[in-house]
Design a protein around this ligand. Structure first.
Ligand SMILES: [Zn+2]
Length: 269
C-alpha cells in the first residue's frame, strides 16, 4: 500500500483510546544505507518516545510492568552494524531500552568480511555486528534474541532444519552473552503452527511477528505483534502510528494472510 494511501486512511481512522496502549516497534538499520532509517529521523523518533511515552524493555512491556498510558519497546531485526554504532548511542541518551534479533550465522568474530545479501532477505548494502558488539549491547542491558542461524523462511524448511536453526542460534547467543535467549523474531515475518511448536520445544518463550497492532492481553506469546517503522515515515506519520491511527493496517495484513492460506489450501487440495 502506498504511503499516500496510508496517510489518507489514517486521517479517517480513529485514534486508539485503549489505555494503556502497548506497542512494539520494528526497525532494521539506521544511517545511510538505501533502506535504512535516516539518523536524524531516528533521533527525532526516540526523542518523541522519551517525551510522550514510557520506553520499556520488551520483557517489561510484555509482562505488564509499564505504568504509562502509552508504552513502547524498540526492536531491531537482522543484527546490522548500525544498531550498535548509530541506534544504541541515541537510545541510551533518551533512556530507551533495546532489543535485537540476530542471525548467528552472520555474526563474525571480527573483520566484517561479509556484507548483507538482498537475495537472502537482508537490507541492501549493510554490514553486520560482530560478536564483541553483540556482547557489548547485552552488557548494556539489550535483549539479544534469535532470528535463526541463516535468514530463512522457516515455513518452507524441513522440520529437522527448523529445529537446527532454532537450537543452534539460541545456543550461540547464550554461550556468547552468558544470558538466556527466550525470544525469537520470525524471519520474513513467516510462521505456521509447525514453527511455533518447534519454538516451544526449543525453549523459546516469546516470538514477534510483523503484524501492525498494539499488544493485547489476549495475544499468544508466540505471536507478539510489531509495528514496522519504515524509513520513509516522517515524524507526523510516527506520531499518528503511535496514537493508533494506522492500526487499520492490521486488517489489511490479516486479509492478505487469509487469502494466502486459502490459496495454499486450494493448491494442496
Ligand atoms: Zn529479517
Amino acid at each position: 500500500m502506498s504511503l499516500r494511501a496510508k496517510r489518507l486512511i489514517s486521517t479517517l481512522w480513529p485514534r486508539d483510546d485503549a489505555s494503556p496502549r502497548r506497542v512494539v516497534l520494528l526497525y532494521h538499520a539506521v544511517g545511510s544505507g538505501p533502506l535504512a532509517t535516516d539518523a536524524a529521523a531516528f533521533q527525532q523518533q526516540m526523542a518523541w518516545i522519551a517525551a510522550h511515552a514510557q520506553p520499556l524493555s520488551l520483557d517489561d512491556l510484555v509482562s505488564g510492568k509499564g505504568t504509562h498510558p502509552l508504552q513502547v519497546a524498540v526492536t531491531f531485526d537482522d543484527g546490522y552494524e548500525s544498531v550498535f554504532s548509530r541506534a544504541a548511542p541515541v537510545m541510551r541518551r533518551h533512556a530507551v531500552p533495546g532489543a535485537v534479533y540476530v542471525n548467528t550465522g552472520w555474526v563474525e568474530e571480527d573483520g566484517r568480511r561479509r556484507a548483507s545479501d538482498a537475495a537472502q532477505g537482508h537490507y541492501r548494502d549493510e554490514a553486520f555486528m560482530i560478536w564483541n558488539e553483540v556482547i557489548a549491547l547485552a552488557a548494556q542491558g539489550w535483549m539479544i534474541g534469535s532470528h535463526g542461524v541463516e535468514h530463512l523462511d522457516l515455513t518452507t524448511m524441513p522440520i529437522t532444519r527448523v529445529h537446527q536453526e532454532l537450537q543452534q542460534s539460541r545456543a550461540a547467543i547464550e554461550q556468547r552473552t552468558g544470558k538466556g535467549c527466550a525470544h525469537f523474531a520470525y524471519t520474513w515475518g513467516r510462521y505456521d503452527s509447525r514453527v511455533v511448536q518447534a519454538l516451544r520445544a526449543s525453549g523459546y518463550r516469546y516470538a514477534t511477528s510483523t503484524m501492525h497492532a498494539p499488544l493485547s492481553s489476549r495475544d499468544d506469546p508466540y505471536l507478539i505483534p510489531r509495528i514496522d517503522i519504515r524509513p520513509q515515515y516522517g515524524i507526523d506519520d510516527f506520531a499518528a502510528i503511535m496514537q493508533g491511527r494506522w492500526d487499520f493496517l492490521r486488517w489489511i495484513q490479516q486479509g492478505r494472510r487469509t487469502i494466502r492460506l486459502l490459496r495454499g489450501a486450494k493448491a494442496a487440495a
